[in-house]
Design a protein around this ligand. Structure first.
Ligand code: AMP
Length: 189
């Protein structure tokens, strides 16, 4: 089984992705983590991505699609599948991903969308900004990231609703409770 964990910034995708990847033995693919690592390293990818990530915008589709392609083409055999966290974030990325799945013969992909009210997302990101020192979790950048989400990422939900279907899970409440809700949607590991 392969999973796409989808939802607005601050909804808890990263936290849930780590738990689900461990429980279902999936490779956790977080484009945000990959970009942050590249920025910390100062690699060419990091230098290109930095201004987009720190301003709360999106890294250009061709760069991010190339990154995901490299990972999906070399999936470790010992894992039972993969979990995409933070990708796709635009319709172009979703279409490219479908094409990549076709090319690589990847069929069993389930999409889970986590939801939470906007004020909760903002509170969580502000807290994370302090705890993890994330530059893109400042008040102004958070507002921009939420706008980018509504304009560019939200349409991906409708795209998947028409094709693969989307399982919804409430992201409010204790971390364990949210994990259990997702497990109920996709089936126990
Ligand atoms: P995240 O950790 O998923 O919230 O991602 C942090 C930042 O990395 C985002 O605000 C974007 O600037 C960038 N990023 C992560 N994933 C993508 C993606 N799929 N497409 C474009 N930019 C991305």
């Amino acid at each position: 089984m392969n999973l796409i964990l989808f939802g607005p910034p601050g909804v808890g995708k990263g936290t849930q992705a780590l738990r689900l990847a461990a429980a279902y033995d999936l490779l956790h693919i977080s484009t945000g983590d990959m970009l942050r690592a590249a920025i910390a390293e100062g690699s060419p990818l990091g230098r290109t991505a930095q201004k987009f990530v720190e301003s709360g915008g999106l890294v250009p589709d061709d760069i991010i699609i190339g990154l995901v392609r490299e990972v999906l083409e070399r999936l470790p055999e010992e894992k039972k599948g993969f979990l995409l966290d933070g990708f796709p974030r635009t319709l172009e990325q979703a279409r490219a991903l479908d094409e990549l799945f076709r090319e690589l013969g990847i069929a069993d992909v389930r999409i889970v969308m986590l939801t939470a009210p906007e004020h909760e997302l903002i509170d969580r990101m502000l807290r994370r900004g302090i705890e993890q020192n994330r530059k893109d979790d400042s008040a102004e950048t958070i507002r921009h990231r939420l706008e980018v989400y509504s304009a560019q990422t939200e349409p991906v939900k409708a795209y998947y609703e028409k094709s693969r279907g989307v399982k919804m899970a409430d992201g409010l409440g204790a971390v364990d409770e949210v994990t259990m809700r997702i497990e109920r949607e996709i089936g126990k590991p």
